[in-house]
Design a binder for this molecule. Structure first.
Ligand SMILES: O=C(O)CCC(=O)C(=O)O
Ligand SMILES: [Fe+2]
Length: 315
């Protein structure tokens, strides 16, 4: 009986580690497709390899705490633009992510089955010389339940972080709108400004071998339209099914945030906004950002760095 219990625990620990890793694999593939389509939209497909070489990935888990003393909906993450290239937000049973349209209206995203919200960030806006905007967004919930989300992002690599639009996007008619800047310097100085049920694009069944398929061209045309209008879209992507999404957002991440005094852990990273952080004092959420997602071992090493004694949830 005891042995049976132990085996169950070991199986469930490694399942969680696989959940994180499997989620990361699919998200990386989805982001590679989206970057590829966006470069095609911009006529910059030749830049794909060098562009992707300058990119890293990060994965952030956030818990929004409920506050039973207050009733009614309230903003739990203030309106802001993401600083990075492209983010894909996975909500679970509780929605709440809202995006501001160009005419100042807030629209809420509904986490429909197998869909994820894709948002452009400021670094990407600068890299495209503002052909695409980075939308303001916020999280608003009624506080009766805790909410968890995963933000999976492409970020400039730490060693190659100069943001400079490709020369093809700058000419007399389109003068350079942002001086070239180093992303991680900007991250240190940046003030988070108190600052998309948009359009659904079906990317299910697609991968980077489908470049010449009609479905690729259809998805790319929808993305072009959505990015010009909103700076984001809702990606339908059923490679991440309910088990993976529910396992991570419904179980593994809530358990991760159960670690006693988790918020007292010292930020273990030199990289700004990596490790644990509260985005803004006074807002009831805590985030953990993982990076160096290129191998399964890194995922394991990251959890060991935070919990030298080991952490059951990521083993
Ligand atoms: O939790 C969410 O749905 C979105 C969070 C967000 O916008 C962010 O972490 O930058
Ligand atoms: Fe955000």
């Amino acid at each position: 009986m005891k042995l049976y219990g132990l085996i169950l625990i070991i199986v469930s620990f490694s399942m969680v580690s696989n959940l994180v890793w499997n989620y990361a694999i699919h998200m990386k593939e989805l982001l590679q497709m989206i970057h590829k389509m966006v470069l095609e939209i911009l006529g910059l497909e030749d830049h794909y390899n060098s562009h992707m070489e300058s990119i890293d990935y990060s994965m952030r888990f956030t818990k929004y705490y409920n506050d039973i003393s207050e009733t009614g909906t309230k903003v739990v993450m203030p309106s802001h633009k993401d600083p990075n290239y492209i983010s894909i937000i996975g909500q679970h049973n509780i929605g709440g992510l809202e995006i501001e349209t160009s005419n100042g209206e807030w629209i809420s995203t509904t986490p429909i089955k197998n869909s994820f919200t894709v948002l452009l960030g400021e670094a990407f806006m600068a890299w495209t010389n503002k052909i695409f905007q980075a939308p303001c967004h916020r999280v608003k919930i009624d506080g009766s339940e805790e909410r968890y989300s995963i933000v999976f992002s492409t970020i400039p690599s730490f060693t190659n972080d100069v943001i400079n639009p490709p020369k093809e996007l700058v000419d007399e008619e389109h003068p350079l709108l942002f001086k070239s800047f180093k992303y991680y310097d900007y991250m240190k100085e940046r003030n988070i400004k108190i600052l998309c049920n948009s359009i659904a694009v079906d990317l299910s069944g697609l991968d980077l071998t489908c470049l010449h398929d009609k479905t690729w061209a259809v998805a790319r045309a929808n993305i072009a339209h959505a990015l010009k209008k909103f700076g984001g879209f809702e990606a339908v992507y059923d490679q991440i099914g309910p088990e993976l999404r529910g396992g991570l957002l419904g179980q593994a991440i809530p358990e991760l945030f159960e670690v006693p005094d988790i918020e007292k852990l010292i930020n273990p990273s030199q990289v700004p906004y990596h490790g644990f952080f509260f985005q803004k004092k006074g807002f009831p959420f805590l985030s953990l950002k993982m990076f160096e997602l290129s191998s399964k071992n890194n995922v394991q090493d990251f959890s060991n760095m935070i919990w030298p004694q080991g952490n059951i949830f990521f083993r």
